[in-house]
Design a protein around this ligand. Structure first.
Ligand SMILES: [Zn+2]
Length: 59
């Protein structure tokens, strides 16, 4: 079976590729896409407020 993907008008459109921008937690390597444009305060996974700060040696 061949799946057909037809949009409302039956016209094949060139969908622009949407680049998903996300963040990467430097502590737990968790990647996520933010809901708004604000910089996340904490990593949603490990809740670290230093998710975007590389770990320091004396930490
Ligand atoms: Zn994290």
């Amino acid at each position: 079976m061949i799946k057909k993907y037809i949009n409302g008008a039956g016209i094949t459109q060139n969908m622009p590729k949407i680049k998903l921008e996300g963040y990467l937690c430097l502590r737990c390597n968790h990647k996520w896409v933010p809901r708004d444009e604000k910089l996340p305060i904490v990593c949603p996974k490990c809740k670290s407020p230093y998710w975007n700060t590389p770990k320091k040696e004396n930490e």
